[in-house]
Design a protein around this ligand. Structure first.
Ligand SMILES: C[S@@+](CC[C@H](N)C(=O)[O-])C[C@H]1O[C@@H](n2cnc3c(N)ncnc32)[C@H](O)[C@@H]1O
Length: 273
């Protein structure tokens, strides 16, 4: 499956974020703050705490100019801008998500601090040394040429700038048929092991590379996410349609099953340019 096709059908969208906020606020979407969105606009595992952990590893401070690679609807970018007071450039490939991120930035008054650019992680449209920090969450799984994406991050960082990201990692027991199904259903490709990613980071030019295996942490997070998805069946099926909900539930259960079996997990990586 193509990545853009997967996100065309993804249940987290600008529309769904605003619908959830509207339900929470009794229909009132006036004078929204970034905090009003945070429960709904993060498309990764571990919520705001995970973004904060990444920000610490990337050394993000008020003076930082940060690149969020594969930024989705811009939830993490707005959190960084709001909490660390830095400037963030949110790069996203999907046209609808990039436009949605820009609208959400404006809606919460962060468009001065967070800029959205539509582009491809493997061909970053920025000059060398443009950023102090690069972050990315649960997105490189979609990028076939991970070395090109990592080398691009290295190129656009100032010397000594920091990269920190989280992503799926494949454990040795993940089979070829399971990899093929993840590619077909979730546009997940060339999945790396922890060691594979460390080697790619070295080849991309990063030094002082650190990696953490988050697989145990993610297992309980993903178990809870699947239970929550199923608990929302009636509501979500009414909004998305029974067929689309059923399709998403099936692929999500397959993915979480692989995590439960220890075949798939998560890793957090950091290094200096
Ligand atoms: C799971 S979402 C994560 C979004 C965001 N990082 C977050 O945590 O909320 C993955 C995002 O990566 C984007 N993406 C995938 N491949 C990309 C590429 N080659 N270049 C830019 N964005 C890409 C997808 O369109 C999607 O919005």
């Amino acid at each position: 499956m193509r990545v853009d096709d997967f996100y065309d059908r993804h249940p987290i969208s600008e529309h769904e974020v605003l619908a959830a906020v509207a339900r929470r606020r009794g229909g009132d979407l006036s004078q929204l703050s970034p905090d009003d969105l945070f429960e709904f606009d993060q498309d990764h595992y571990g919520g705001l705490q995970a973004v904060d952990e990444l920000a610490s590893r990337a050394g993000i401070a008020t003076a930082s100019h940060v690149l969020d690679v594969c930024a989705g609807l811009g939830g993490p970018a707005r959190f960084l801008a709001s909490r660390r007071r830095c400037r963030v450039l949110a790069l996203e490939h999907h046209a609808g998500r990039a436009a949605g991120a820009a609208r959400l930035n404006r809606l919460v008054g962060l468009d001065g601090q967070v800029r959205t650019v539509r582009g491809d992680a493997t061909a970053l449209p920025f000059r060398d040394g443009s950023f102090n920090a690069c972050v990315s969450q649960e997105a490189f799984l979609h990028v076939a040429d991970k070395l090109a994406a990592l080398a691009g991050c290295h190129r656009v960082l100032v010397p000594g700038g920091r990269l920190a990201f989280t992503d799926w990692i494949a454990h040795a027991t993940l089979g070829e048929r399971e990899r093929a199904r993840l590619a077909e259903w979730m546009a997940a490709t060339t999945l790396q092991s922890l060691e594979g990613y460390r080697a790619l980071l070295g080849r991309a030019g990063f030094v002082g590379v650190e990696s953490e295996d988050l697989s145990d942490e993610w297992r309980s997070i993903l178990r809870a996410r699947l239970a929550r998805l199923r608990a929302m069946r009636r509501d979500m099926a009414a909004r998305l349609g029974e067929a689309r909900f059923g399709e998403y539930e099936q692929l999500y259960a397959f993915f979480v099953g692989l995590v439960e079996e220890g075949k798939l997990g998560g890793g957090r990586f950091s290094g200096s340019a």
